[in-house]
Structures are given as C-alpha cells and as structure tokens.
Write a protein that binds this ligand. Sequence first.
Ligand code: UD1
Ligand code: CA
Length: 454
Amino acid sequence: MPTAVVVLAAGQGTRMNSDLPKVLHSLAGAPLVAHAMRAADAIERERLVVVTGHGGVDVEAAVAEIDDTVLFARQEDQRGTAHAVRAAEAALEGFSGDVIVLYGDTPLIRPETLEAMLAARADGADVVVLGFQAADPTGYGRLVLDLDGSLIAIVEERDATPAEREISLCNSGVIAADCATLFELLGAVRNDNAKGEFYLTDVVSLARGRGLKAAVIACEEAETLGVNSRADLAAAEAAFQARARAEALETGITLSDPGSVWFSLDTVIGRDVEIGPSVVFGPGVTVESGAVIRAFCHLEGCHVSRGATVGPFARLRPGAELAEDTHIGNFVEIKNAVVDAGAKVNHLSYIGDAHVGAATNIGAGTITCNYDGVFKHHTEIGPRVFVGSNTALVAPVTVGADAMIGAGSIVTSDVPSGALAVARARQANKPGLGARLMERLRAAKAAKRAGEAS
Ligand code: UD1
Ligand code: CA
C-alpha cells in the first residue's frame, strides 16, 4: 500500500524561548524536523508533506535543503491538529493509500513502530493510533478502550472526566488512516471543546460512529518524547545518543567509552571501526570498515576510508577526504582536502584547500597558507613527496611528484617533480664566536653582581 506522511510543524514552540522556530533547533546535528523526515523515508513514503506556520519561510527553506521532494502546506493560523492536517489536503491531491501523521517536534519515533502501525492498518483497522503507557499522563490525550481492546475515543485532558484522567494509556499524536477516509473524517471534526480547537484526535470517535474500526499500537514512552523546552531538547539528545551508541555497538563498532562518543543523525560507520573516547561526529561523516578514530577527535562533513588512522586530537572539517591507509595524527586539522592512499600527516599540521598525493609524508608543523585575507587558494602536492617539518606552503602552489622540501621552508613558488626545494635563510657558522660571546655575557653578569654587593 502506498504511504504518505504528513509532518505537523506549524506550532510556535513558545517554551523554547527562542527566535528560531522550534523544529529548526538542532538535535544530533540535524534540525528536529529532519528526524521525523528520516523516519518517513525509512518507511519508503511516497509523498512527504510538511505543514508549516510559525517561521514557515525558514522552516521550508531548511526542509527543502535536506530534501527537495518534500511538499509544503501552510497553516496560517494554528487552529488545532485536525486543522493542521487538513492544510495538507491539497498536497495530497491524487494520492490514494495510507497517511501517517507525525509531529515535527517528536524526533525519536522508530521506523519499526510506524511499520507496526501500517501492519495494523493492513490487518483491517481503519484508524490506527500510536499510544504509550505514560509514567505521568498529565497533559496528554487519554486513550479510551473497549473491553475487546479496540479504541473508542481519545479524550484530551482538559475535556476528560475524572475517571478518564485515571487512564495512563496516552496518545503520542501519531495516527494512520486511509487518506480518503481520514479527510472525510476530518471534514466532520468540530471545535466544541475546552480549547476551541479542531482536534485530530476526534477522528477516532467519528470513525467509531461510522462503524469503522480504530486500534492502538503501543510503543515505549521514550519514543514519543516531544520537545517543548530546552530541557526536553537536552533529554531528546541524550536519548538519541544512547540509542545511537547501542546501535553502533550492535553493528560491530568498537567504542572504548560509549558514553563519551557523540553521533549525528546521518553518521555512517562501517564494521570493525575502532573509536576511542571523546570523539564527536558532526553532520555528514562516513567512516569505512576497519578505520581507527583515536581519542578526542572532532569530525564533520568528511570521509575516512578503510585502514585509515585518525587522531588522537585530530580535527576533520568539511571536505576532508582520507583515502585508504592514511595516517592523520595529533593536533592535525584537515579541511577541504583530499589525502591520497598511504599519505601521512602525523603532527601539528593544517592542511586546507589541498590535495596530498599517495604515500606523501607531511612533516610536523607543516601549514598550507590557503587564505590571503580575501580568497582561498589551492595547494597541490604530488605523490611520494617528502615535506620537511615546519614548512609553510603559500598557496596557490604545486609540489611535483617525488620532490623533497627542506625543513623550515616557506614555499612560495612551484617545486618541480623530483627536485629538492630549500626555501629558508642559509645557515652561517662563525668559528669560535659562540664560546666567546658566552664568556663575555658571564663576565658582564659577574661584574653586575660585584657592583650590587659593594
Ligand atoms: C496533542 C494531542 C494529544 C497528545 C499530544 C502528544 C490533539 C488534539 N492532542 O496534544 O492527544 O497526547 O499531542 O504530544 O491532537 N500543530 C500544528 N498546528 C496546529 C496545532 C498543532 O502544526 O494548529 C502541531 C504542533 O506544532 C505540534 C503538534 O501539532 O508539533 C501537536 O500540537 P500540540 O498543540 O503540542 O498538541 P498537544 O496539546 O500537545
Ligand atoms: Ca505538545
């Protein structure tokens, strides 16, 4: 059955106390809304509609940047969750199949859970609601069940009777139904309730009234965690990281200190990768099987190939591409640079806007001077080059294959293949001068002391 997903993201998020729309706050290196989008993609949705309102222009721009196939629906004023879903009707024109409604501020729903809801739909439930046993049900809609376990109604807390408030099975907000049925039911939702809003939750009792069947699929409360405040955001981050660490261990990644390793939503790491303590994976990182990331590394927008070793204390910035068996050592920063197979940058270097050829060795303290204050320039270093320690490569500059550069050089012009370049002041030795100079200094010090004592 084709599936469409509608993500509700029009709310203001007042309790975030922020100028940024709530769904654009970052969780695991991605905007909150990206998490719901990813769950939608995991179930192979046919269409994805994001309903925007508060900060709509910014939210739409951010979403489109992640995925330009997403359709948008504007809900100009927020008159309730049913009203929000109805805003998506035009974007779903011509679609037939199941619709799942997600919230943009509820990032931890697992694709498996959505699959279970779709399976319940396929099993004959017309409306499927995702519920959970709440440790503290305050504020949630309560799920009222029939004796046979089918769902009779969802009652919002403000509209609930004292007996209904005793119910701990709560509404997560996620709902699945056939598209045509859903919009037919939504058309009948009224706003005669405590908040004067159009409640999506009313589709359950409306469905029952038409002789349709509603069912509940239950999930862990942790999955339904919704972000309303910065404290919720921190809690969601912790939950995301805990899950990512457990998944990493399960898929064959070694984490020597799992609690100190941080992943992003899109981090991809192969089997048998070893990751030391206190490593941070920012957005856009892929690491191939068998690579080693030592302690205290920060990676972002980069690729690490099989057999490469990174760190300790290395920083890989966007555009860093490490080929197989490369070695990137301590206090090395790589940005927008391709490092070919077997090359080594082992100590205290900055390699930016550069290409380092295969099996080249970059000596300690080497810097590519890539920025002239206005423009960035490229440094090209061929294969099997030996760059002496503390070399400054002033870009744009090219170093040919098999060249050598003497330590301490400031390289401002190209080095031909196979050449030795030495670009520093020539050393001058003055015979005996060192010893004589030292003698004179000591004598001066002694004379000064004698003067002070008398
Ligand atoms: C909703 C549910 C409640 C459930 C709870 C779970 C309804 C009526 N109630 O309550 O049963 O237990 O979520 O967290 O559905 N939104 C819009 N446009 C609107 C209104 C809301 O886009 O006009 C979006 C919000 O941005 C948010 C989501 O829908 O992402 C939920 O809205 P919210 O007002 O937080 O619903 P609750 O009162 O928490
Ligand atoms: Ca809410």
